[in-house]
Design a protein around this ligand. Structure first.
Ligand SMILES: [Zn+2]
Length: 668
């Protein structure tokens, strides 16, 4: 036997050998090998074991484990253990401990609980990364380097305050420029030197509630975290330039601007933990966001749970077939891996109730182990069929982290601002219609899309207004919404009337915005016909060149436009002044797709998700039935081979409840 030499789907996940004795480890490795596991990530949390006192390293135990993993012909990502510093370090160098938003110096504990700007933390992290790189760089099982784990701590210590001030000097140059960009004349908040700038903690309500300051602080945290990552990544890269270096992004993705962070990695890795209450389309959108963060290239799912989580209020066990669907959903949207946290369920600690491939009984006699083994066997059969495959989308949804932060930091017009969920409202009709979507950066080339949707494009920066204007002029179809074109990148409303730079393309301006309480709603009407309801926010617009496609049915602004369109250049720009209920929005988006001849991958009925990837071997279609009933898909006149059972299919086909098909076109 020898290691697989061609590309393959990575299957495995977090292995925490420091928790187990030799006998258990040997048994686990055999079980994992038999389940089809080919890649492990270790030793993520083992800093305390690897460096029991400063500068004294104990790696023999790890050498032995890597030998054993290699004996089973599995590969591994070696993780620097730097997300959980040893207790001696926190005691000896209290500067490594973070200060929280309440200004409290925290004590040792928890993972990812250090100051990302601490020089001592960075020195010790670089030191262990150097020793690991030298010791392990030529090991045959090494697939790549995994730096730390789930960055995302916000620190408010004195050192961070000092660094923040330096960051502001670099950004603004002079104090006058800072005052201007922060518009400190409001409430007389001018500062006369950078030394007077404080952190936005609970000790400083001026800053804590000032969205402009908060925004810069969040940018600063992202930049500091990138430095912290690169502190180790550059050492690992230098040791083996041919191997990928990356970290795993927490599933709670808001904390750090991943569009900024991921370009510093060789590949995006992220941790996918859908909630039982999530619409199946919601994690699909998060996958698409990660693909976008990775520049459209394939990425890695580094963690998902083989069964229940432990940190949700109600941790439901995964239903039979659910892990398989979650795994294929990732593969369908651009992941080249299906990795799990974790291999063997811990016997203690915060996550002892978190699911694992090997349960606490320690053998393979469980439903979950059997399901994982079947999945492993399927993925091995798929070999490199779609590895590296890209998704070609004709429809894009504009997405931006700073826009997200700014919308949710702002006070008014409603407290119910939830950017991610709002973006999902526009993603869902496309997902339901089996239309591939790219999540689009402001910096991307927009010309490759036929239809662009820009939900709540509040922050105008990087010339996005001008770019969208040109996109429409050149024949594109744009759908913009309430909360568009308000602020510049410093959250200043400098454009006069909204939607700012999009006023001409949309052919209207927004005079007022009414925020509805959750129990309130309005209606969307064409003439006497009511199409459905709307709510959340209701813009009162004044038309310039746009025409009303539908109007409000109620309140004093009844008969004023709620859906508008504007022919502009060779394209058309649509505006929706209020959140439309699903059926109305879907109908509208369907019309926009039709106007530019954007076709679904296939027509389907029931709760089927359909996605496609394409690499040198051709297209691979993924059909996932998330529903409890059989669903039908019309494959049309072409013939398709099911890669999971080698049956050939054509025309209308049926997918059993919860089942997955992986199809390739068969050319006669
Ligand atoms: Zn700090």
């Amino acid at each position: 036997m020898s290691y697989i030499s061609k590309p393959y789907i990575l299957f495995g996940g977090d292995f925490n050998p420091e928790q187990w004795d030799r006998q258990t480890l040997e048994k686990d490795l055999l079980l994992l090998k038999n389940a089809g596991v080919n890649t492990l990530t270790l030793p993520v949390f083992a800093w305390a074991k690897m460096e029991p006192e400063e500068g004294r390293y104990e790696f023999d135990w790890l050498d032995e484990i890597l030998d054993r993993i290699e004996a089973y012909e599995m590969k591994y990502f070696l993780a620097t253990p730097t997300c959980a510093q040893p207790a001696w370090m926190s005691k000896k160098y209290p500067e490594v401990l973070p200060v929280d938003i309440a200004g409290r110096k925290r004590t040792h504990g928890m993972r990812v609980f250090f100051c990302y700007n601490s020089p001592k933390y960075r020195e010790r992290a670089a030191a262990i990364a150097t020793v690991m790189a030298e010791r392990y760089k030529f090991r045959k099982g090494l697939s790549g380097w995994h730096v730390a784990n789930e960055y995302g701590t916000y620190c408010y210590c004195e050192n961070c305050q000092k660094r923040f001030r330096q960051w502001l000097v670099e950004r603004y140059g002079t104090i006058n420029s800072l005052n201007e960009h922060w518009h400190t004349t409001f409430w007389g908040r001018q500062v006369y030197s950078f030394d007077e700038v404080m952190l936005p903690t609970e000790l400083n309500d001026d800053y804590r509630f000032n969205p402009t300051v908060q925004l810069d602080y969040m940018r600063f945290v992202t930049d500091s975290t990138i430095e912290c990552y690169e502190n180790e990544a550059r050492i690992l890269k230098k040791a083996r330039p041919d191997l990928p270096v990356f970290t795993n992004i927490s599933g709670y993705i808001k904390k750090l601007n991943q569009f900024k962070m991921v370009p510093h990695m060789d590949v995006a890795g992220w941790d996918n933990y859908p909630w039982p209450t999530d619409d199946p389309g919601f994690p699909a959108m998060k996958h698409d966001i990660m693909r976008a963060a990775n520049g459209g290239k394939s990425y890695y799912v580094m963690e998902q749970s083989p069964n229940q989580q432990n940190w949700q209020p109600y941790n439901k066990i995964k239903r039979p077939g659910e892990v398989r669907r979650i795994a294929y959903q990732g593969l369908a949207h651009g992941s080249d891996s299906s990795m799990f946290f974790q291999m063997h369920q811990s016997i203690a600690g915060q996550e002892k109730f978190h699911g694992a491939i090997i349960g606490r009984n320690g053998d393979g006699n469980t439903r979950i182990y059997r399901e994982i083994s079947e999945l492993g066997e399927e993925l091995a059969r798929l070999e490199d069929r779609f590895v590296g495959g890209r998704t070609q989308a004709e429809v894009g949804i504009l997405f931006d982290w700073e826009n997200w932060w700014a919308l949710e930091l702002t006070s008014g017009p409603t407290k119910d601002m939830d950017y991610l969920q709002e973006v999902f409202r526009y993603y869902k009709p496309l997902y339901d219609m089996n239309v591939p979507v790219d999540m689009v950066h402001y910096q991307d080339d927009l010309s490759k899309y036929k239809v662009l949707i820009a939900p709540m494009l509040y922050m105008m920066k990087d010339h996005i207004g001008e770019k969208l204007d040109q996109f429409v002029k050149d024949g594109g179809v744009l759908l913009a919404t309430y909360m568009t074109g308000y602020a510049d990148e410093n959250d200043r409303c400098v454009f006069g009337a909204y939607p700012g730079p999009l006023r001409k393309a949309l052919g209207l301006w927004v005079e007022e915005t009414d925020a509805l309480r959750p129990e309130e709603e309005n209606t969307v009407c064409i003439g006497d016909r009511t199409l459905g309801i709307c709510g959340f926010l209701c813009d009162l617009v004044q038309l310039e060149t746009a025409k009303a496609e539908a109007v409000y049915g109620q309140d004093f602004y009844a008969d004023r436009p709620v859906i508008t369109s504007n022919k502009y250049g060779r394209g058309r720009a649509w505006y929706i002044a209020s959140r439309l209920e699903y059926k109305v929005l879907k109908q509208l988006i369907k019309g926009l797709l039709k106007s530019r001849r954007v076709e679904p991958l296939f027509e389907s009925e029931g709760q089927v998700e359909i996605a496609v990837r394409e690499n040198k071997k051709g297209k691979t279609y993924f059909l996932i039935n998330h529903g409890n009933e059989t669903a039908s898909v019309d494959l049309g006149a072409g013939y398709y081979g099911n890669l999971l059972n080698h049956h050939t299919m054509q025309g209308e086909i049926f997918i059993a409840a919860g089942d997955v098909l992986v199809l390739m076109p068969v050319h006669n």
